[in-house]
Design a protein around this ligand. Structure first.
Ligand SMILES: [Cu+2]
Length: 282
């Protein structure tokens, strides 16, 4: 019996195909190495990878920002995979063979409606989750535990602990930074409590940013801006803060620190700061 071999069998068993297979393996290995290198060069460690470049949040609001960020990326990755899959399928299924052409469609109304409506649905879903989380993040609590007035000025920060969130509250303690001489302001806050920030500027626009809050807001002259954070229990530590608005020659000096301590230590340190402030020190 004579077995007739088709042209494809010849190609599969040809010396050329035997040379091509190890080459494909090499391409695969290079792709994997390239991906590993990309992750390494991005500065992400294995522990940071699930946060996709975001700092570790220390507030309830920051956790919400992180979930929105991760959810957005997961949705975009899913859409990307569907689009890449369709592109690859088209390239393989309709590659040029035997002089045949792919079926040609024009004025396909159902497909045109589909690729108009589906992106609108995507945008509407992204908008819904963003608006929902923005409302929750910027919501002010009725009774914050700590109220701090933040004064951003050229080129440092002053923190005034206030007696309450009401407009006529008085200053009970004050911290003024001197970052130019190596003494940036250190704002001490209690873990597990809600803090109200009131931002004011006497000169130009600055921006108050603590990366671990996953939140920043402009500090605008003539306009007081407020926001709350609830610092999660167990997040004791010292976290850097910066100005993120180019506010003048020494903008880069405008750094400060947020020191999160347990509530008992906070109460003790606040009493010391209060005594120092009322005795005329700052
Ligand atoms: Cu500034």
């Amino acid at each position: 019996m004579v077995v007739r071999r088709g042209p494809r069998d010849d190609v599969r068993s040809s010396p050329l195909s035997r040379m091509v297979r190890p080459r494909r393996r090499r391409v695969g290995v290079r792709l994997v190495l390239g991906l590993v290198l990309l992750v390494a060069l991005s500065g992400c460690t294995a522990n940071e990878l699930p946060r996709l470049g975001m700092p570790r949040p220390i507030t309830e609001q920051g956790e919400r920002v992180l979930r929105l960020w991760q959810g957005g990326w997961a949705a975009l990755l899913f859409i990307g995979c569907v689009v890449w899959g369709l592109i690859i399928w088209c390239v393989i299924a309709y590659r040029k063979r035997d002089g045949r052409h792919a079926p040609q469609f024009t004025y396909n109304i159902p497909i045109e409606i589909l690729y108009t409506v589906v992106p609108i649905i995507f945008v509407a879903v992204f908008f819904y989750f963003t608006a929902r989380d923005e409302d929750a993040i910027t919501k002010l609590s009725a009774n914050p535990d700590v109220t701090v007035e933040v004064v951003g000025y050229q080129w440092d920060w002053q923190f005034n602990y206030l007696s309450g969130p009401q407009p006529d509250a008085r200053t009970i303690a004050q911290i003024t930074g001197d970052a130019a001489h190596g003494h940036p302001a250190v704002l001490e806050l209690p873990a597990g409590k809600t803090v109200r920030f009131k931002l004011v500027s006497p000169d130009v626009i600055h921006a108050f940013w603590v990366p671990n809050f996953l939140f920043k807001r402009d500090v605008i002259p003539g306009r007081m801006s407020e926001f709350d954070v609830h610092i999660e229990p167990g997040k004791e530590g010292t976290y850097i803060g910066r100005c993120t608005e180019l506010c003048g020659l020494y903008h880069d000096q405008m750094i400060f620190y947020v020191k999160v301590v347990d509530p008992a230590t906070y109460q003790r340190d606040l009493a010391t700061m209060e005594a120092h402030y009322t005795s005329g020190g700052a």
